[in-house]
Design a protein. Structure first.
Lengths: 112, 113
């Protein structure tokens, strides 16, 4: 089983739609969680951290369910510019400094 | 503007040759990292360095070597011992106290034939 698993998609949604991605992680000792965004053939960029209580940043909402070991990202009112690959990223407890484990990414395409 | 630069953007080499990928940052970050990304896979950590003159192996260090002689620079050498070197290589850095907020360079696409 992969340490971090995501539905690779692709998700094709119209502008204005709400879309949700899930991600599961295998290490119950995982401590920190993040969503990164990667545009086609570009570098990943941090989108948001995921806090235990859930957190929101504009149209983006991230949630964590430790009991079920999954993380979700909800995007409301999708824009064309949201088209990208969304990477679920986990820092496991006890791992080396700065070591992150990346999921393979979920591809989102928003169409007019 | 502060940031991370990687050069070149595209690199082509013949099998059996060593090749060095450049990574420079002017963010004054202490830690630097090298990842590789293959199609349909997540990023995998090759090496990382927390401070100058110190570096640690990541998950897939075999066939790679690094140096960290200056805070700003963390070059990666892909040696001929690396079995499948063709990949997208990404360098990242982070500031002290925030090792999980990593800033990435634009990447180098290496093709070995």
């Amino acid at each position: 089983r992969k340490e971090v698993e995501q539905d690779p998609g692709p998700f094709n949604v119209p502008e204005g739609a709400t879309v949700a991605f899930n991600c599961t992680y295998s290490n119950s000792a995982s401590q920190s969680f993040f969503w990164y965004r990667q545009d086609c053939r570009k570098e990943p960029k941090l989108l948001m951290s995921v806090y235990s209580s859930g957190n929101e940043d504009g149209r983006f909402t991230a949630q964590l369910n430790r009991a079920s070991q999954y993380i979700s990202l909800l995007i409301r009112d999708s824009k064309l510019s949201d088209s990208a690959t969304y990477l679920c990223v986990v820092k496991a407890g006890g791992t080396s400094y700065g070591k992150l484990t990346f999921g393979q990414g979920t591809i989102l395409t928003v169409h007019p | 503007d502060g940031g991370i630069t990687q050069s070149p953007k595209y690199l082509f080499r013949k099998e059996g040759q060593n090749v060095t990928l450049s990574c420079e940052q002017n963010l004054n970050h202490d830690a630097m990292y090298w990842y590789r990304q293959d199609p349909g896979q997540g990023l995998r950590l090759i090496y990382y360095s927390q401070i100058v003159n110190d570096f640690q192996k990541g998950d897939i260090a075999e066939g790679y070597s690094v140096s960290r002689e200056k805070k700003e620079s963390f070059p990666l050498t892909v040696t001929s011992a690396q079995k499948n070197p063709t990949a997208f290589y990404l360098c990242a850095s982070s500031k002290q106290g925030s090792p999980y907020e990593q800033y990435f360079g634009p990447g180098t696409r290496l093709t070995v034939t």
